[in-house]
Design a protein around this ligand. Structure first.
Ligand SMILES: Nc1c(NC[C@H](O)[C@H](O)[C@H](O)CO)[nH]c(=O)[nH]c1=O
Ligand SMILES: CC(=O)[C@@H](O)COP(=O)(O)O
Length: 191
């Protein structure tokens, strides 16, 4: 469904898991900061609206959207977070640079989701015009930052539940005697 038919800021709190114990990293590009600040505001307000303590929202700035990849990688490597949001706004200029920045940041964030255990949420506008970006960062189509925060809460919960299931299976295998551990040997279940 195209954004034009969906308000990015609409969500039903009653359908969301509790987020009060989660910690979130937000990496924000300084390019087009008139837009990225609006996206960050949308994300921050959604987190606070869902009882995320302000001190559990860690914000870092990077120069441009291409640097979101490295910023998100260092965020999840060095901060105890349950999900990271990468916020950027890439607007078509006169050259093909737009294509390469968009493709690079898209692939880079995808790679982080594949290679690490922390969800990284893609909150990068890739627009033809500044007006399209304005419309999607608190304008007539809502705020993609809000959408990203809701996605971050949902993905942090999925990660938490998956971890609990993993621990539960491990414990059951141990207590049932299905497997035994030599002294000090960590249990690694086959994926
Ligand atoms: N034109 C835009 C850029 N370009 C800068 C790159 O993201 C990057 O910072 C530079 O190539 C140095 O590595 N960045 C945006 O976020 N938005 C743009 O519209
Ligand atoms: C996405 C960009 O890097 C772009 O806005 C830069 O503009 P230009 O293609 O005119 O150099």
């Amino acid at each position: 469904m195209a954004t034009i038919n969906k308000n990015l800021s609409v969500y039903d709190k009653s359908t969301l898991p509790s987020a009060k114990d989660f910690r979130f990293g937000v990496v924000v590009s300084e390019w087009n900061d008139n837009i990225t600040e609006g996206l960050y505001k949308g994300a921050e307000e959604a987190f606070l609206d869902n009882e995320v303590p302000a001190e559990n929202i860690i914000r870092w700035n990077v120069p441009g959207s291409f640097e979101l990849i490295y910023g998100a990688k260092k965020m999840l490597q060095t901060q105890k977070v349950d999900a990271v949001i990468a916020i950027g706004c890439v607007i078509q200029g006169q050259t093909k640079h737009f294509d390469f920045v968009c493709e690079g940041v898209t692939q880079g964030i995808k790679d982080l989701n594949v290679q690490t255990d922390i969800p990284v949420i893609f909150c990068v506008l890739t627009d033809n015009t500044m007006q399209q970006s304005i419309d999607r960062s608190g304008g007539i189509h809502g705020n993609k930052g809000t959408e990203a925060a809701i996605a971050a809460i949902k993905m942090a919960y999925i990660r938490q539940q998956a971890s609990l299931t993993h621990d539960y299976v491990q414990q059951n295998l141990l207590t049932s005697g299905a497997i035994q551990l030599d002294e000090g040997t960590p249990l690694e279940l086959k994926e």
